[in-house]
Design a protein around this ligand. Structure first.
Ligand code: ZN
Length: 423
């Protein structure tokens, strides 16, 4: 694959996906172009050999799958997540400040680095619900302009600023969206954008997003930087890979779950039945019985792809002593003694074999033994569909910052490895 083109596609995908809803819509457009058939959960499915399909749940989680032309012996699955830490706009969000400003009342979605959201051009995007022909329908919206900002306090008003500041999400992190004359008009702006009347809006899932665009960084273009790299990089790689390889003996799936950043416990999260329901329906569509299904599950493999921490240039001591992923050092296989990562000796061996066959470098990550670290999708998804699984990711810096940094080469490595897996 042309590396420059791949990076450009990744940048466009992330820039045009300010929220999980937009990410899913853009992945669907990608799959439409590749000849995939859209399925709806509420309709009957007709699954055929050699077919390519996708289905979403809640408009925020997406499963793409492809079927071989012979009897499948199992499932080859890749998972990533569509959501990133950000600010959710509350109901009745308008707060007027004296007669000067209009602020939005927001709350945290996920565990972000709060300070990185200060002094940046921000905007509002998400979905609204309207009634159309007796149905409640979703419409995506994006103000798509530099509409808001969360200003820092001047250092003159807090001379201890550079010794560390504790930010209160309710009092320090509310963005201004205009002057006081905008009072009463926020929802009107959203309605206008969606081409509906304000009173037609029956529900909102609206978020703040960072307006900064993805770009190459470094005198030698070694790095990429942008918002939401965790985990849109892996979602993009998974969808690109599944669209480029038809399976031979296995049913291939690429699963992008919502709500990883808030614990995965929703109807569309990794802990939900979305994947299991989809596997059940694929099997009944292909006339595969329960007993055969269990044989297939035992012969399946699951790659959970969610970004990993690279060695930090200014904080080397935070990394483990011997497992220190390098940016552009290849795919990171994640290990955790208490099994927060699904990787074990067997699944690591399978992953390394895939990387070797794809001629792609790999490296290992473990937390320092005195740091708890984060969680991810693998072991959560395994509570519904239990198969051999490995947790991997691309090495990155500043995870959960509004603007993250990763390697320009690593995305290509992941696409190649996942294509090899799907082959
Ligand atoms: Zn993640």
């Amino acid at each position: 694959m042309n590396h420059k083109k791949t990076l450009q596609k990744l940048f466009t995908f992330i820039d045009q996906s300010p929220t999980c809803f937009h990410a899913v819509e853009n992945m669907e457009k990608m799959l439409d172009k590749e000849g995939f058939t859209r399925l709806e959960e509420r309709e009957l499915w007709h699954i055929e050999k050699n077919g390519k399909y996708y289905v979403n749940r809640n408009g925020s989680s997406l499963i793409a799958f492809t079927v071989p032309d012979k009897k499948p012996s199992g499932f080859h699955m890749v998972a990533a997540h569509s959501d990133s830490p950000c600010f959710k706009i509350k109901e009745s969000p308008e707060i007027a400040v004296d007669n000067f400003y209009l602020k939005l009342n927001v709350e945290k979605y996920g565990g972000m680095i709060l300070s990185t959201w200060l002094d940046r051009p921000l905007s509002v995007a998400g979905r609204i619900m309207v009634k159309e022909n007796d149905n409640i329908c979703s419409r995506l919206v994006n103000l798509d302009k530099d509409a808001a900002i969360i200003p820092n306090l001047a250092i003159h008003m807090n001379s201890n600023m550079n010794k560390g500041v504790e930010y209160n999400p309710q009092t320090d992190m509310q963005p201004i969206i205009g002057d006081a004359s905008l009072k009463g008009d926020f929802l009107k702006l959203i309605a206008k954008e969606a081409d509906v009347k304000e009173k037609e809006i029956l529900g909102c899932d609206l978020f703040l997003y960072n307006r900064d665009k993805c770009r190459l960084i470094g005198a030698d273009d070694a790095f990429i930087a942008g918002p939401r790299l965790d985990d849109l990089e892996c979602a993009f790689a998974g969808m690109t890979a599944i669209a480029n390889e038809m399976p031979k003996n296995f049913i291939n799936l690429c699963v992008v779950f919502d709500n990883e950043e808030v614990g995965s416990g929703t109807k569309q999260g990794a802990a939900s039945t979305f994947l299991k329901d989809t596997l059940d329906r694929i099997c009944s569509g292909l006339g595969i019985g329960k007993e055969e299904y269990h044989c297939m599950i035992a012969d399946s493999f699951f790659i959970s792809a969610d970004n990993a921490h690279a060695l930090h240039p200014n904080n080397q001591g935070k990394a483990d002593v011997t497992n220190r992923p390098a940016i552009n050092g290849g795919i990171v296989i994640k290990y955790h003694g208490s099994q927060r990562y699904a990787t074990d000796a067997y699944s690591a061996a399978v992953m390394k074999d895939i990387c070797n066959r794809a001629d792609v470098p790999y490296q290992s990550y473990a937390n320092r033994s005195d740091i708890a670290g984060g969680s991810t999708l693998g072991n959560i998804a395994m509570s519904q569909v239990s198969v051999n699984a490995v947790d991997i990711g691309l090495p990155q810096l500043a995870m959960h910052s509004a603007f993250e940094t990763a390697g320009a080469k690593d995305i290509g490595y992941l696409i190649e490895a996942l294509r090899e897996f799907y082959r």
